[in-house]
Design a binder for this molecule. Structure first.
Ligand code: RIB
Length: 329
């Protein structure tokens, strides 16, 4: 027979009530040292709480629905990994759904996850959830957070300062003598990409420079498809709205005889692992993925445990990661 809560309490040298509070994420006032004793005892005894029974009593399933738009995009894969890790440490199991950037599928998944009694929802890279869905979630008291692409009203969202990101990219190119530049945005309208563009354009134009705009999918393929048009434009540098587009430009540069950064400087956005692998290594704007994940779980837990917890928006800073794809003119 498996270990019981009584065994865990005995092993940790605490009361059954304390173990119960730790296991049920209601241990706000319990010291980290005591919690650690309980976690160690749980691990030593391989104790498995009965979640079904617990959910009947506490109406919590200890499951969080995580929705991403494209799991093949390393940005979302890395974010999902960090989120899962933080959720796991907080005692939750992650239910991952990939919406393939299809709004209908996104909506359906949200409904499905609710019907599976998730304790909360994390929706990344929101494509176009109807506002009615938010009203519904609020009405039903289901805690949720929107990550990355903010919802128009900025309600319940955690994202980076994309306006600043665009400005930082522009300043870096200007500092390196680039005034004739391009920006590659997304095919669909995303609020965060729009902010990157706004910050970038304002800064370049204020300095007397120009920005030629392009649009494509936020994928490697998208970068490959738009590459030739960018190479033929009268520009010396391009700011890609994500790293995957930059990788696509790299692919085409070889066959088009374009040397990066001698003929064209490139700056990306995200700082996915690829950025450090491609040659030349990609200069980019880093989104702090581990912090985004940690903050998300921190707020979501509060929202689940404290129904009156008031949270609206958290904006995290981005930073320039200088590598080798931008050259001084
Ligand atoms: O690579 C995916 C991009 O789209 C990221 O920049 C992220 O912010 C998302 O919206």
């Amino acid at each position: 027979m498996g270990a019981t809560i009584k065994d865990v309490a005995k092993r940790a040298g605490v009361s059954i009530a304390t173990v119960s509070m730790v296991v049920n994420n209601k241990a706000g006032h319990i010291t980290q040292k005591t919690k650690q004793k309980v976690f160690d005892a749980i691990q030593d005894l391989d104790y498995k709480p009965n979640y079904t029974a617990r959910s009947l009593v506490s109406s919590e399933s200890h499951t969080i629905g995580l929705l991403v738009p494209d799991i093949t995009n390393p940005f979302f894969a890395e974010l999902a990994k960090e989120l899962e890790n933080s959720l796991n440490q907080a005692g939750y199991i992650t239910f991952l759904c990939n919406s393939c950037e299809e709004p209908e599928r996104e909506m359906r998944y949200v409904e499905e996850l609710i019907s599976r009694s998730v304790d909360g929802l994390i929706i990344c890279g929101l494509t176009s959830l109807e506002t009615t869905m938010f009203d519904e979630l609020k009405l039903r008291g289901i805690p949720f957070l929107i990550l990355d692409n903010r919802y128009a009203l900025s309600d319940y969202s955690i994202h980076v300062d994309d306006l600043a990101g665009g400005k930082i990219a522009a300043k870096h190119l200007l500092t390196n003598g680039h005034t004739k530049t391009a920006f590659i945005g997304s095919q669909a309208e995303f609020a965060n990409i729009g902010e990157r563009y706004r910050g970038y354009k304002e800064t370049i134009e204020k300095a007397g420079g120009t920005v030629t705009g392009f649009r494509t999918d936020l994928t490697r393929k998208g970068g490959q498809l738009i590459a030739q048009q960018v190479f033929e434009a009268d520009v010396t540098a391009v700011f890609c709205s994500n790293d995957m587009i930059a990788v696509g430009l790299y692919d085409q540069a070889v066959s088009s005889g374009i040397r990066i950064p001698d003929d064209l400087s490139i700056i990306g956005y995200d700082d996915i692992t690829f950025a450090d692998i491609v040659q030349p290594k990609l200069t980019t704007i880093r989104q702090p993925i581990p912090q985004i994940a940690a903050k998300t779980v921190e707020h979501l837990r509060e929202m689940i445990q404290e129904k009156s917890y008031s949270f609206k928006e958290e904006v995290l800073p981005v930073s320039l990661i200088e590598r080798d794809s931008v050259k001084k003119r």
